[in-house]
Design a protein around this ligand. Structure first.
Ligand SMILES: [Mn+2]
Length: 325
């Protein structure tokens, strides 16, 4: 494992950087990327953000200026022209999608900054802090190491990353330090209500109608310890919702009394089901997701399985039960 000093030295010795993050980018992937891009530019460097897929519309408010581009083969030149590549918030090489080959074949120095346990990304320099609630929080610390103040756009980006990874300061490694940083971000001009509205106040009425349909068939197992819901393909198609936009539905079963594990199944196709797992008890859902071929944290993880929904549901519940014996 490497130190922030080594990261600072790479920045000092380079001129041009690429910054990448994972497929299906979340608030932390984009928040940490925006904040690092701004830090690099404050240090007089040229930097380009590249994601394996387009930015979800909900996070576009963080990066309006085109600092972040979605992958296309032509972006090979951006990687080839960079002195080093920062890889953010990604626990495995797979998570980089098509970007992995691009980076790997370029032979460029890779700097991995992440907070996932069991990080297996190949990189010359790795700073992995599994105690950090988010990669965005780590980029905040990097600002301190580099002696640069966090400006308002970076503060908003870091705040968004912390919010989304901790479910608004409730889960996943929220510490006193997280709150100290949040307080500092407010002092730097972050508007708490605006941030919340950007992240959570963006749902369409149709998305809530889909949530209603989904929740009306909520099921429990193990005496209520496990709660699961399934988004059906026919329902998201009928309401014109993109299946990726249903990830937030995991928040609803969290309010069930004594529930320990929440599972959201999203039928993305006839033989393609995205499974999102959240744990309130001590269940390590990250280990379960990894055993099924996915990944994530102990409290928040996911996997995509290429089987019909009717097969996936019993398989995942069985894996959960086996784990808890
Ligand atoms: Mn994260």
């Amino acid at each position: 494992m490497h130190t922030w000093r080594e990261v600072r030295s790479v920045i000092a010795h380079g001129r041009i950087f690429a910054v990448v993050s994972h497929v299906y980018p979340d608030g932390d992937a984009i928040g940490s990327m925006v904040a690092l891009l701004r830090l690099l530019s404050r240090m007089g460097k040229a930097a380009q953000g590249i994601l394996p897929c387009p930015i979800p519309s909900v996070y576009r408010f963080l990066a309006p200026s085109g600092d972040i581009r979605a992958y296309r083969p032509g972006l090979r030149n951006v990687i080839a022209g960079a002195d080093a590549v920062f890889i953010l918030d990604s626990s495995t090489d797979d998570r980089l999608g098509a970007l992995f080959d691009l980076i790997n074949s370029s032979g460029k120095k890779r700097i991995c900054i992440d907070h996932h346990p069991g990080n297996s990304v190949h990189a010359e320099i790795k700073v992995v802090d599994t105690k950090a609630c988010s990669t965005s929080q780590m980029i905040y610390e990097l600002y301190g190491v580099c002696g640069k103040p966090v400006d308002l756009p970076a503060a908003l980006a870091i705040s968004t990353g912390i919010h989304t990874d901790t479910v608004s300061f409730n889960f996943l490694g929220t510490t006193a330090r997280t709150h100290e940083i949040a307080a500092d971000l407010l002092r730097r001009g972050v508007d708490a209500k605006q941030t919340w509205l950007h992240i959570y106040g963006n749902d369409s009425p149709r998305l809530l109608q889909l949530a209603g349909r989904t929740l009306s068939v909520l099921c429990t197992a193990d005496g209520g310890r496990i709660a699961w819901i399934a988004v059906r393909e026919r329902d998201w198609k009928a309401l014109g919702i993109h299946p990726r936009d249903t990830e937030s539905f995991t928040r609803y079963p969290l309010t069930i009394r004594d529930v320990g594990v929440i599972i959201l199944f999203c039928e993305e196709g006839k033989r393609r089901v995205r499974v999102s797992l959240r744990a309130l008890d001590r269940t390590d859902v990250g280990a379960i997701a990894r055993a099924l071929g996915g990944g994530g944290h102990s409290t928040s993880a996911g996997v995509t399985l290429h089987e019909p929904l009717s097969r996936v549901i019993p398989r995942v519940i069985k894996a959960l039960r086996r784990r808890n014996r």
